[in-house]
Design a protein around this ligand. Structure first.
Ligand SMILES: CC(C)(COP(=O)(O)OP(=O)(O)OC[C@H]1O[C@@H](n2cnc3c(N)ncnc32)[C@H](O)[C@@H]1OP(=O)(O)O)[C@@H](O)C(=O)NCCC(=O)NCCS
Length: 185
């Protein structure tokens, strides 16, 4: 992909379903996201629609015309006593790295998280007459092998990796459909 210099001044866009439908088209956005993330990334237009329509999801991107070239996703988990936000799918296209785009995307994502979930409490708390959410903990997982820790450090993130006094490890377990779901008659 050849880079247009105007991308350096493009603001990070908080993706909104109507905006995507009108300006980009869901299918086109999915194909540029696939291009951005690489081979193992799969997403159906209907799944992207669900994400963009979900108040517990935020997607932020920088575009070079219709191509998304830097992206990040936040997902709210209401887990008392502290609400958590999982940050995922942080990526800048290889031809656009080290230009400050990832930093711009993360800053915009953080600002949107604060506005929607910290101050406004997903509207649920205000609606119920409760005070704003006092604190949100953002979390992400990242492989040391990627060697990109400096990116998160520069953005103010703290690692609980092996060199920390209280290291944290991520556990995972896959739940998979072993046999096809029976079709209802
Ligand atoms: C990590 C990644 C998202 C960084 O995006 P980027 O757009 O190139 O980052 P920026 O240009 O905005 O860099 C912001 C800051 O982080 C630093 N930085 C960026 N990449 C870095 C790296 N690999 N190692 C150390 N520091 C890095 C920059 O020097 C810059 O510092 P500054 O603000 O002091 O000048 C990008 O390299 C990428 O997509 N990598 C492959 C996928 C990946 O690793 N994603 C993260 C999965 S958790």
């Amino acid at each position: 992909m050849s880079r247009n210099d105007n991308v350096l001044t493009q603001p990070a866009v908080v993706l909104d379903l109507d905006w995507v439908r009108e300006q980009i088209n869901l299918r086109d956005l999915v194909s540029t996201m696939q291009y951005l993330h690489g081979q193992n990334f799969t997403l159906l237009p209907a799944e992207l629609e669900m994400i963009l329509d979900d108040p517990k999801e935020i997607l932020v991107g920088v575009f070079d015309f219709n191509h998304v070239v830097s992206l990040a996703q936040a997902t709210l988990v209401m887990s008392p006593p502290t609400w958590h936000v999982l940050i995922n799918n942080v990526v800048t296209h290889g031809s656009y790295q080290r230009l400050g785009l990832g930093k711009r995307v993360l800053a915009a994502l953080e600002s949107e998280i604060k506005q929607r979930w910290l101050h406004d409490g997903l509207r649920l708390r205000r609606k119920s007459g409760l005070p704003p959410v006092p604190r949100i903990k953002m979390i992400l997982t990242n492989s040391l092998a990627r060697g990109n820790g400096g990116f998160y450090q520069a953005a103010g993130w703290i690692s609980r990796g092996p060199d920390d006094q209280k290291p944290t490890i991520a556990w995972y377990k896959n739940l998979e459909e072993l046999s096809p779901v029976p079709q209802s008659k």
